[in-house]
Design a protein around this ligand. Structure first.
Ligand code: SF4
Length: 346
């Protein structure tokens, strides 16, 4: 279901924009419909009041908890059932020990994914279907029923750029009625010109999310092998586009680098990163890979990852070595876990 479908249903029941906002606010913040000093029944049209229980039931059915897997690090992986029985994952990330992070939820935007990154389990199955904008918000509402969420990262299953309209519709709702700060909404992508166009053209009065770009290597040829169906932007073009958006919004771009032992941890890559990112308004997140059965990629030794982060830091690149949240839980999406991260000091 799309948020616009829900709005149409509310309008047909006589809801004006203020009524719609109220219903959407309570849903996206997982608050009961009678929350607040003035019960909602007092000022909604009678037709809408009568339909509220049905609407609440339909919204709750969009995303239900199929299973929950707690991690030793305090993360909680939620296996979420959609109304048609498809499963996606959301991850609630721990905040204990983190100095700056708001309580964060990582959400999925597609069932499966068409990008086919060679190190990712989700990519192996291809794209099964898009999530509707309401299904994306429903993951937040579901998580908020049992936890505080102040930051939402679109880094779960799927490539948000391939479901752009629905992801932006969900972002608009979460950044307004959902009460999530705009820079705490993080749009993650392998880099797609349509994303840069759509985000760049947003006015200052619109929700402008922060941006995370999956870089993974500074070599265009290696990037084409690792991300076989990502748009053919060179690393330089990706960073140029990211820098324009960072300057527009005044939030740094987060460059994601899944660290693969012996593949993208060489001296050549360190030099490439210094060349690409020095002086840029950027944070580099090094995320040691979570090895997945049947895939030939390995996680580098912790000391090697720490040394790489330190060398980059010394060369002026703001680098964070991040630990994957929920490493000890057996997730269906290797990269969901690999990107669901908490900061560690370099
Ligand atoms: Fe898709 Fe992300 Fe997996 Fe790549 S890493 S295949 S973009 S879900």
């Amino acid at each position: 279901m799309q948020i616009e479908t829900l709005r149409r249903r509310l309008r047909a029941l006589g809801a004006n924009p203020r009524h719609q906002y109220r219903v959407l606010r309570l849903w996206s913040q997982a608050k009961p419909q009678d929350d607040g000093p003035r019960p909602i029944e007092n000022f909604l049209p009678a037709s809408l009041r009568a339909a509220l229980p049905d609407i609440a039931r339909d919204l709750a059915a969009l995303a239900t908890l199929d299973a929950e897997h707690p991690g030793e690090d305090g993360s909680r992986r939620l296996v979420v059932a959609l109304a048609d029985g498809q499963l996606v994952e959301s991850v609630l990330m721990p905040t204990a020990g983190s100095r700056q992070r708001a309580p964060t939820l990582c959400v999925s935007t597609q069932v499966g994914c068409a990008v086919g990154c060679v190190f990712c389990m989700t990519g192996r199955a291809g794209l099964i279907r898009q999530l509707g904008s309401a299904e994306i918000v429903a993951q937040v509402a579901l998580a908020r029923a049992s936890a505080t969420v102040r930051r939402v990262v679109f880094m779960g299953m799927g490539e948000p750029a391939h479901n752009l309209d629905n992801v932006l519709e969900a972002i608009d709702l979460l950044g307004t009625a959902g009460d999530i700060g705009h820079k705490n909404l993080v749009f993650s992508t392998v880099g797609d010109p349509r994303v840069f166009e759509a985000l760049q053209s947003r006015g200052a009065d619109q929700v402008r999310p922060a941006l995370a770009l999956s870089l993974h290597t500074t070599r265009a040829d290696l990037r084409a092998q690792l991300l076989p169906r990502a748009p053919r932007l060179t690393p330089e073009e990706l960073v140029d586009a990211g820098e324009r958006y960072a300057r527009l919004t005044a939030y740094p771009i987060q460059y994601q680098w899944t660290l693969l032992d012996g593949i993208n941890d060489s001296d050549e890559e360190i030099e490439g990163l210094v060349r690409l990112l020095q002086g840029k308004y950027a944070i580099l997140n090094l995320i040691p890979y979570n090895a997945v059965d049947d895939l030939p990629y390995r996680r580098p030794a912790q000391e090697a990852a720490v040394a790489m982060a330190r060398r980059l830091h010394q060369r002026g690149i703001l680098t964070k070595l991040r630990q994957s949240a929920g490493q000890d839980v057996d997730g269906g999406c290797g990269q969901l876990r690999a990107r669901a991260v908490q900061a560690q000091p370099p």
